[in-house]
Design a protein around this ligand. Structure first.
Ligand SMILES: Cc1cc2nc3c(=O)[nH]c(=O)nc-3n(C[C@H](O)[C@H](O)[C@H](O)COP(=O)(O)OP(=O)(O)OC[C@H]3O[C@@H](n4cnc5c(N)ncnc54)[C@H](O)[C@@H]3O)c2cc1C
Length: 289
C-alpha cells in the first residue's frame, strides 16, 4: 500500500501520537510506503479563505481578493477553488497535500474525537484540500455528476483511526451518543464515499482518557492487526448513487427496505442476509469488535 497518514493531535507524547508511531512501524515493517501529514507539526492553516487562491501563478497568496473584478466582489469560494486548481493557482500547501493524495492509494485519518468530530485543524484540511475539480464536482463522459462511490478520489481506501473519551457502550447500538458509525457519517459517507473513496470500519479507541499502559498497549496491538489486514478487509458497503438504488431526486427507491429510514438504509445488505434494520446492523458491527 502507499499510505498517506493524516494526523491531527497537538501533543507528540499523546496516546494518539504513540498509536501513530506504532501504525507507521507496522506499515513500513510490512513493506508498505507511508507519508505523514502531521497537521499541528506542519503549522497547517485550518481556515479556508481568499489566501488559498492566487490571482496568477506568480502572485502571492492573498492577492486574489484585492484583484477580484468590481462586477462581482464576492468570494465565490467553491468556484474559485476549482478555477485555481485548474490553472495551478492553489496555494502551495494545499497543492502539496493534493500531490500526496494523488500518490497514495490509502488515506488514514487519525485524530482524537473532539465535539463529535475531528479537531478543527483536520476539518480545515478537508475544506482546503478536497477542492472542487480535484475531489468532487467532476462529471462522467455521459455528463452525470460523479459522487457517492465515484469521484476524484475513486479507488483509494479511507480509514479513520480515532479515540473517544466515552465508553464503548455509549457509542453502541442503543448508546446515548449514537452509534459510532452514525457519528462518523459526515466523514465516512459525506466526505470519503462522496469523493469516491472506499471507507472501512473505523478503528476506535474507547474510554481513552481512562486508559492505562497495558490497555493502551492492547489498542496498539489491535491497530497493528487492523493495518496488517487492511488490504484484504471488507469495506463499508454504501450504496452508489448511480448503482440503480436511487431515484432521480436522490431518494432511495420505494421498493428497497420500504419501512426503513435513517442512515443505515444507505448501507447495502450483505448477500443472504434477511432484512437488516439500523439497530440490527449496528448490533452486528458491535459484535464484530
Ligand atoms: C475539545 C474536546 C472535545 C471532546 N469531545 C469529545 C466527544 O465529543 N466525545 C468523546 O467521547 N470524547 C470527547 N473528548 C475526549 C477526547 O476524545 C479524548 O480526550 C481523546 O480521545 C484522548 O486522546 P489523547 O491522544 O488526547 O489521549 P492522552 O490524553 O494523550 O492519553 C489518554 C490516556 O491514555 C494513557 N496512555 C496509555 N498508553 C499511552 C501511550 N502509549 N502514550 C500516551 N498515553 C497513553 C495516558 O496515560 C492517558 O491517561 C473531547 C476532548 C476535548 C479536549
Amino acid at each position: 500500500m502507499k499510505v498517506l497518514w493524516i494526523f491531527a493531535h497537538p501533543e507528540q507524547r499523546s496516546l494518539n501520537a504513540s498509536l501513530m508511531r506504532e501504525g507507521l512501524r507496522e506499515l513500513t515493517g510490512e513493506g508498505h510506503a507511508a507519508v505523514v501529514s502531521d497537521l499541528y507539526a506542519m503549522g497547517w492553516k485550518a481556515a479556508l479563505d481568499a489566501d488559498d487562491v492566487r490571482t496568477d501563478s506568480g502572485a502571492a497568496p492573498g492577492a486574489a481578493h484585492a484583484a477580484r473584478p468590481a462586477r462581482d466582489p464576492r468570494l465565490r469560494i467553491g468556484a474559485e477553488q476549482e478555477l485555481a486548481y485548474a490553472e495551478g493557482r492553489l496555494s502551495d500547501d494545499v497543492r502539496e497535500e493534493q500531490r500526496k493524495i494523488e500518490w497514495a492509494d490509502t488515506l488514514v485519518f487519525h485524530f482524537p474525537m473532539w465535539w463529535f468530530g475531528p479537531p478543527a485543524i483536520l476539518k480545515g484540511w478537508f475544506d482546503r484540500v478536497l477542492t472542487q475539480g480535484f475531489a468532487f464536482g467532476l462529471h462522467g463522459a455521459d455528463g452525470r455528476v460523479l459522487r457517492y462511490g465515484e469521484g476524484g478520489l475513486a479507488g483509494k481506501r479511507a480509514l479513520v483511526v480515532t479515540s473517544v473519551g466515552a465508553r464503548e457502550s455509549g457509542f453502541g447500538p442503543r448508546g446515548i451518543h449514537g452509534h459510532v458509525d452514525d457519528v462518523l457519517w459526515p466523514m465516512l459517507h459525506g466526505t470519503f464515499w462522496y469523493t469516491g473513496m472506499t471507507p472501512y470500519e473505523p478503528f476506535v479507541v474507547y474510554g481513552a482518557d481512562r486508559l492505562t499502559g497495558p490497555s493502551g498497549d492492547r489498542y496498539a496491538q489491535a491497530l497493528r492487526e487492523r493495518l496488517r489486514t487492511l488490504p484484504d478487509a471488507e469495506p463499508l458497503t454504501y450504496r452508489s448513487e448511480h448503482g440503480g438504488d436511487y431515484e432521480g431526486d436522490l431518494t432511495l427507491r420505494a421498493g428497497i427496505e420500504p419501512s426503513a429510514t435513517g442512515l443505515a438504509v444507505h448501507r447495502v445488505r450483505r448477500r443472504g442476509a434477511s432484512s437488516e434494520t439500523c439497530a440490527e446492523g449496528a448490533a452486528r458491527t458491535a459484535r464484530m469488535r
